[in-house]
Design a protein around this ligand. Structure first.
Ligand SMILES: *Cc1c(COP(=O)(O)O)cnc(C)c1O
Length: 408
């Protein structure tokens, strides 16, 4: 059979991945509404697990108001949007959501995409390819979706050292002062949990006449008085040219977006293939996301963000008390450093099997070799008892695995 010939090529490459320890195996989970962060486990290991690596950072994917909005919109409007945005797929729910997003970031306009990945890919691709003579300046730790977007743009690009404002400045100084430039970076980097020096980056970009493209995917809903992200918290939203975010992480639903000036957003709407030629998100998704943003803009959002930070601090304090090494950072992401791919995978398996604790091992190529880690994301709904149980489990395993501790 012809297909055997191709299958053998596929198998050879998959085997190489497995030999390197980089083959990904997915846990098959069933989240149960109302029991966040618990889930039923359909795979090997404990039947019920506590999810410790979710990106539904505040449990909004199960919030009663979000679910109600989704149910009501399904009942009122049906399942799908029925078309691309251009061909009958722009519903009232989409327009309301874009208004809500523009307001969240203090911008004139917003544009929805089917995911954050697509929003980065389509927007950077469109801007880079259509701004004549453009150079994109990309932080070295930018997310794959930005990298792919920049590649798709086929314009000039430079990769500047992660969060290094001087390197950025030096590189911008060497470019034609009159040519268009885009400085593309993130606020919270999801693997190390570090935060970009946004004000300094803006100073440099503005001095060189560059526009700024900020991915706030791991910050929206979580930082700032209304959940607008780090740029909101630091009073910088009006200086960032374009803010990109997701509806799939802290907002608990799915979808991505960009916000900016009316002409900028209209430009992407009018030229981005990844926006134009794909079916619009279901209206129920849009309505649920709008409700989630509204909840997180208000008092309940303030309370949830504070409760999340409290559990993050509790986990860090417990790890410190036991000498378990974790990367210090100013965000909600707690990377516990294992620095060995085999032990990292082993710890993840044992935590699932023996303790009902689910955390994905993070190995190369997601992080550099020798930087292997378990990445914990405490939420307001992880109880004190659950935080303590996790810390105790790590304490046991650290001894069994003969892993290094931090000496106080
Ligand atoms: C997850 C992620 C995205 C993609 O967002 P999705 O809505 O999940 O597609 C973009 N940027 C960063 C930094 C991310 O971590």
């Amino acid at each position: 059979m012809t297909s055997d010939r191709y299958d053998s090529i596929f198998r050879a490459q998959l085997d190489a991945l497995k030999d390197d320890g980089n083959y990904r195996i997915f846990a098959e989970l069933e989240r149960r509404c109302g029991d966040f962060p618990l889930a039923k486990n359909h795979g090997a290991g404990a039947d019920e697990v506590t999810v410790w690596c979710g990106n539904d950072y505040l449990g909004m994917g199960q919030h009663p108001r979000v679910l109600k909005a989704m149910h009501e919109t399904v009942d009122a409007c049906g399942a799908g949007a029925g078309g691309t945005r251009n061909i009958s797929g722009t519903t009232h729910a989409h327009v309301m959501l874009e208004r809500e997003l523009a307001d969240l970031h203090g911008k004139e306009a917003a544009l929805l995409f089917t995911s954050g990945y697509v929003s980065n890919w389509a927007s950077l691709g469109t801007l880079g390819s259509r701004l004549p003579g453009c150079t994109i300046m990309s932080d070295s730790l930018n997310h794959a979706s930005m990298i792919e977007g920049i590649r798709h743009a086929r314009c000039a690009k430079q990769i500047w050292r992660h969060n290094d404002v001087e390197d950025l400045d030096r590189r911008l100084s060497a470019l034609d002062p009159d040519a268009p430039k885009i400085v593309a970076f993130e606020s919270v980097y999801s693997m190390d949990g570090d935060i970009a020096p946004i004000a300094e980056i803006l100073d440099v970009a503005e001095r060189h006449g560059a526009m700024t493209y900020l991915d706030e995917v791991h910050a929206v809903g979580l930082y700032g008085p209304r959940g607008g992200g780090i740029a909101e918290r630091e009073g910088l939203m009006d200086r960032v040219t374009l803010i990109e975010g997701t509806l799939g992480k802290a907002f608990g639903v799915v979808g991505g977006y960009v916000t900016g000036s009316a002409p900028l957003v209209d430009f992407i709407r009018s030229f981005a293939s990844g926006f134009i030629f794909t079916t619009a998100l279901p209206p129920a998704i849009a309505a649920a996301a709008t409700e989630s943003i509204k909840v997180l803009k208000g008092f309940e959002g303030v309370r949830l963000r504070a409760a999340q930070q409290r559990q993050v601090a509790r986990l860090r304090a417990r790890l410190d008390a036991m000498g378990i090494p974790h990367q210090p950072n100013p965000s909600h992401i707690v990377p516990v450093m294992v620095k060995d791919p085999v032990k990292c995978k082993w710890l993840s398996d044992i935590l699932l099997d023996r303790y009902g604790i689910y955390v994905q091992p993070i190995n190369y190529p997601t992080v550099a070799k020798g930087e292997e880690r378990l990445r914990f994301t405490p939420s307001p709904l992880h109880s004190d008892a659950e935080v303590d149980r996790l810390a105790d489990a790590l304490h046991d395993l650290w001894s069994q695995c003969a892993l290094a501790r931090v000496v106080a």
